[in-house]
Write a protein that binds this ligand. Structure first.
Ligand code: BGC
Length: 354
């Protein structure tokens, strides 16, 4: 995995990861203390070398992608800024997350990072942090443009770091266009697919779904949705949905598109159990670049995935927060690019390293 990480880091450098920025939210400069300046330089002063205390709330700990994300956040904040990180699991409960926010404030956190359970709760969370004078960064689920404009207008020390899931969906569609027969395995002129979606009402689910199909169609393919369901980002739920789709449509089903890798891994299990030969008589694609999925791609069972760069996102979120702690102006939103991962193009390099 270290090699993979190294390779991915190199890839990111080579591809020139672009942080696309929209909106600009200068906020009122708070008084800069020597301590906040020290946070910024990454070297807190004084004998104890104490960095900032950062509260982090994650929507659910049992989400594999968010597990990788939070580990990176903690490590990066501790190693780069000598931060004391207070990490909490909201367990999929918005009320619980609201309570955690109040605790972070009461416990004297210097900065807060929130992966919201419900993105609609962002306004309230932003107000709480702002009233307490504590900079806040939302991660993974970006609050809407209206909410972001409010931060800007009111000069609140609030920002967000995320991705453009239209890009992820487009890459997923393009991965299929690069696959055998562009996904139309039975050559009847139409790609017949099942769509395994993430949480309902989630922007990642919506855009990944929409843009994967748009890309296939832009590539000249007719498409037919045989089945669609919400597996809520979860491997077991994804497996169950895929089983239903496979049982119902049998060999008519050529492609299973999953909004994330956890569900794609579940779909792979279901396909194998149904006696299908993934990579040959059925194609599967995911998003995230989870370790298992990457292994399946190397084995030829999975057609491809799109790297959801949790390291880049965690580091950007941390850097932005530390800048705000130092009184710097930041933008309301930062987007980190996705990167396509296919068996053919990507892993030749990896093999060479091993
Ligand atoms: C990831 C999913 C994860 C979700 C949580 C998405 O960006 O691709 O794997 O479950 O975020 O919100």
């Amino acid at each position: 995995m270290k090699q993979l990480n190294r390779w991915i880091a190199m890839g990111l450098l080579m591809l020139g990861v672009v942080f696309v920025v929209w909106g600009c939210a200068p906020y009122q400069k708070e008084e800069e203390s020597p301590r906040t300046q020290a946070f910024e330089s990454g070297e807190a002063e004084g004998a104890g070398k104490k960095g900032p205390k950062i509260g982090v709330s994650i929507y659910r700990y049992d989400d594999e992608f968010m597990r990788l994300y939070r580990l990176e956040l903690k490590q990066y904040l501790e190693e780069t800024y000598q931060a004391e990180v207070v990490m909490r699991n909201a367990g999929g409960d918005q009320e619980e997350q609201n309570r955690q926010m109040e605790q972070f404030i009461a416990e004297g956190c210097d900065g807060i990072i929130i992966n919201p359970v419900e993105v609609q709760a962002a306004g309230r969370l932003a107000d709480s942090a702002s009233q307490a004078g504590i900079p806040l960064v939302f991660i993974n689920r970006e609050p809407g443009e209206e909410e972001q404009s409010r931060w800007k207008e009111r000069k609140m020390a609030v920002s967000s770091v995320g991705t453009d899931s239209r890009q992820a969906g487009t890459y997923q569609g393009e991965l299929l266009l690069e696959a055998p027969k562009k996904g139309d395995l039975n050559e009847d002129g139409t790609v017949s697919y099942a769509m395994l979606m993430g949480e309902e009402g989630n922007e990642d689910s919506r855009y990944r779904t929409e843009y994967s199909i748009k890309a296939l169609e832009a590539g000249g393919m007719e498409t037919e949705e045989l089945f669609s369901g919400s597996g809520q980002w979860d491997q077991e739920k994804g497996e169950k949905l895929a089983k239903t789709a496979l049982d119902t449509y049998g060999s008519r089903l050529e492609v299973i598109i999953s909004n994330n890798d956890a569900m794609a891994n579940g779909a792979l299990k279901a396909a194998e159990e149904a006696g299908r030969i993934p990579g040959k008589d059925i194609l599967l694609v995911g998003i995230d670049g989870l370790r298992d999925t990457v292994e399946y791609i190397k084995e030829g069972k999975m057609t491809g995935t799109v790297l959801n760069d949790h390291e880049g996102q965690a580091r950007t979120a941390s850097d932005i927060l530390i800048k705000m702690l130092g009184g710097e102006e930041v933008d309301t939103a930062y987007l980190v690019d996705y990167i396509k991962i296919t068996g053919i193009s990507t892993f030749q390099n990896l093999e060479g390293e091993e």
